[in-house]
Design a protein around this ligand. Structure first.
Ligand SMILES: [Mn+2]
Length: 244
């Protein structure tokens, strides 16, 4: 790793691994290539999808997810991995396994809500669904804490929708960029991560809609999601006030 590479930071979210409609596995190689060059890698939530897992039980799903994560993190000890949870990977057994991993592996840490590195904040983005602060979001997520994956016939129904493509316009209709960014800003300010606290960039996911937009002096970045028919990018993180 060169001096310059040592400063690189990457972000990816919404791989939705374990869900039948995900192509997130195909991004593992590019993720590994980026991690090999980075000092920090942020996994921004919904990396695994326990609600739509095809493995049948949440226990098998969490075991598989934990093994995937551990092998990635252990293969790149020179890169610090930060896991920020999303709405589809906020499962009680997974929270326990994240605690175990962070206790055993020095280059791994996690947070249920968000993370700040220099002038940059990372969060999943489900706050844009209208939760004004962290405690309301926590309540909403806790409804699904111990949920088992959806029954297979729901998967078939969902896959049929994905095949027809009629799901595609939905993210844009549900999440017009400006409104998303305004809602994220409300939440960030309520939690002490606004521009007055020196935050200049925000990386988030959840909407599955790649975008880059400036709002009140803060740059918002979204890399999309790895669901068939949608785009997913690994983003190189730019800290705006100095650094890389
Ligand atoms: Mn999400």
């Amino acid at each position: 790793m060169t001096e310059e590479n040592a400063k690189l930071c990457h972000f990816v979210s919404d791989l939705h691994l374990l869900a039948s409609r995900s192509y997130g596995d195909g991004l593992l190689e590019p993720i590994r290539e980026a991690a090999a060059q980075s000092s920090d890698f942020v996994l921004g939530g919904d990396i695994f999808d326990f609600r739509w897992s095809t493995l049948g039980s949440s226990r098998d799903s969490v075991d598989t997810a934990s093994r995937w994560l551990r092998s990635l993190v252990e293969d790149f000890p020179g890169c610090r991995f930060h896991y920020v949870l999303g709405n589809h990977d906020h499962h009680s057994a997974f929270l326990t396994s994240l605690d175990v991993l962070s206790g055993e592996v020095p280059n791994f840490e996690w947070d249920p809500m968000c993370l700040r590195i220099q002038d940059t904040v990372f969060l999943h983005g489900d706050v844009a669904d209208g939760y004004k602060n962290a405690s309301r979001l926590k309540l909403a997520r806790e409804k699904h804490l111990d949920e088992e994956p959806k029954h297979p016939h729901w998967h078939l129904a969902y896959d049929a929708v994905v095949r027809t493509g009629i799901h595609k316009p939905a993210p844009r209709l549900v999440h017009p960029h400006r409104r998303v960014v305004r809602r994220l800003m409300t939440w960030l300010e309520a939690e002490g991560y606004g521009p007055s606290a020196g935050v200049r960039s925000v990386y988030f996911g959840h909407t599955h809609h790649p975008m880059e937009l400036e709002y009140r002096g803060v740059w918002f970045h979204n890399g999309g999601g790895a669901i068939r028919g949608q785009k997913c990018q690994i983003l190189r993180v730019h800290h705006r006030s100095g650094g890389s």
